[in-house]
Design a protein around this ligand. Structure first.
Ligand code: SPQ
Length: 439
């Protein structure tokens, strides 16, 4: 079956019950490979996400001579080659659909002193890369993009990188992480100031590998020339994948679902804060810390949601959860207003427009704005929507069916495998009436 022909059919109704552990965190899985490969010694990873995005990163490091055993049931054993042990790849590194892999690898590769070409799929080839190549050029890196600033990236062997002090114009963990990874290879200090808090997995993991990171308010710095010491990493379940079920169980009557071992990093928990403001019934249980990351079990029961004005300070903390939060808004009483979220337009798809189009098809009043959307809660009909190959759009519309009046047919769903392998099986296992059709 051609990948764009993978179609989900989600039948209306159902409730979500029981207990579920969603796959490992995508952001942490990518970073475990990057730091594990550059470390001295053997890094063992458990809970690794066996999704296409993190597997693309795994293959890239194998192409550069790193010996990686696995994944076997989420377990990886990485034989680190040290900071300067990567070998020049014989072919371009293909990072598929993954913006994280491409932007973080740009920083990591900039200081390696080798020629590398980095490519991606159709969606990734449309995404902006100047946000990383411009500050990397200030550090002395030499990276070509297309004229419009999109991939492929041609990374040239630079003489030496210099640390910079960079004020990020957008709140982006990918830009911050890219520059910190380049900073490991730079002379002097590299500092990044963020306009709002963004996910801090890179900083936490660097410290776990014994690399000093200084944080002073919104400014984070590393000093170049250090080394990483191997450590073991337990990857928590991805809160961005759990989010589909937090919304699904909130909107489907008589639901009572527990999500196990969910990563609760405070730079990622915006979805819980926003859903609670909307009236969701979410209980956080068994809070614990695993390998430097907070983790908990989440019990979610159906609740009558109400529309809200989403606080802008929550936007970077829930950036990937908006497609499914728009479904929550469509099921809420009253109006939900999102502002300050223009970044959603440059993700795997334009997530504001694509969600608005799909919600219209289902009869929902959803008005896109330049930097957000206004959604009027009400009835959800059935219909055929296009995910535009965006995993999070496909999974969001699957959840909408729990409250729909007819079947929701979702086109172009193959990329769900980038972040959530076995999504249909796991969703159906807790009560979603979704199945894969032949299109
Ligand atoms: O990797 P990719 O394709 O960029 O994935 C997305 C996602 O929805 O899975 C974004 F489309 O997540 C990003 C996230 O939006 C993952 C990420 C990270 O791991 O550092 C950071 C965020 O991106 P950004 O641009 O806000 O820094």
């Amino acid at each position: 079956m051609a990948s764009d022909k993978v179609q989900f059919v989600a039948r209306p109704g159902g409730k979500l019950t029981g207990s579920l552990r969603v796959p490992g965190d995508k952001s942490i899985s990518h970073r475990s490979l990057m730091l594990g490969s550059l470390a001295e010694g053997t890094t063992e990873v458990s809970g690794f996400l066996e999704g296409e995005d993190s597997l693309a990163t795994l293959n890239a490091f194998r192409q550069m001579g790193v010996s990686i055993d696995g994944p076997h049931d989420g377990r990886l054993v990485i034989q680190g080659v040290g900071m300067h042990g990567l070998k020049a790849p014989q072919a371009a590194l293909d990072l598929g659909n993954s913006g994280t892999a491409m932007r973080l690898m740009a920083g990591l590769m900039a200081g390696q002193g080798m020629e590398v070409t980095v490519i991606g799929d159709e969606s990734l080839s449309r995404r902006p890369m100047k946000r990383v190549t411009d500050p990397l050029a200030k550090m002395g890196a030499s990276i070509d993009t297309t004229e419009t600033g999109t991939p492929p990236l041609q990374i040239h062997a630079a003489d030496a990188l210099n640390g910079i002090d960079y004020d990020m114009p957008v709140a982006s963990a990918q830009v911050k992480s890219c520059l910190l990874l380049a900073g490991l290879y730079a002379q002097g200090k590299t500092c990044v100031t963020e306009p709002a808090p963004t996910r801090d997995h890179t900083e936490r993991m660097l410290q776990g590998f014994g690399y000093a990171v200084q944080r002073d308010g919104s400014r984070v710095c590393v000093e170049g020339g250090g080394k990483l010491s191997a450590c073991n990493i337990d990857v928590p379940a991805d809160i961005s994948s759990a989010a589909f079920f937090l919304v699904g169980a909130s909107i489907a009557p008589n639901s009572d679902l527990t999500l196990q071992h969910v990563g609760m990093n405070p730079t990622r928990d915006g979805v819980i804060n926003i859903l609670r403001l909307m009236g969701a019934d979410i209980t956080v249980m068994n809070e614990r810390e695993v390998g430097g990351e907070p983790v908990a079990d989440l019990r979610v029961r159906s609740a009558a949601l109400k529309g809200i004005r989403i606080p802008e300070d929550q936007v970077p903390l829930a950036i990937d959860e908006f497609p499914v939060l728009f479904v929550a808004a469509a099921c809420a009483e009253g109006e939900t207003v999102l502002t300050g979220a223009e970044e959603l337009r440059v993700k795997e798809s334009d997530r504001i427009q694509v969600m608005a189009d799909g919600l219209h098809t289902l009869g929902v009043d959803a008005r896109p704005t330049a930097d957000g959307i206004v959604i009027q809660g009400g009835a959800i009909g059935g219909g055929r929507v296009d995910s535009h190959g965006d995993h999070r759009i496909a999974m969001a519309f699957t959840m909408a069916a729990l409250r729909a009046q007819g079947d929701i047919v979702i086109d172009d769903c193959a990329n769900v495998n980038t972040s959530f392998p076995r999504f249909v099986e796991l969703a159906a296992g807790v009560g979603s009436r979704v199945e894969v059709s032949n299109g």
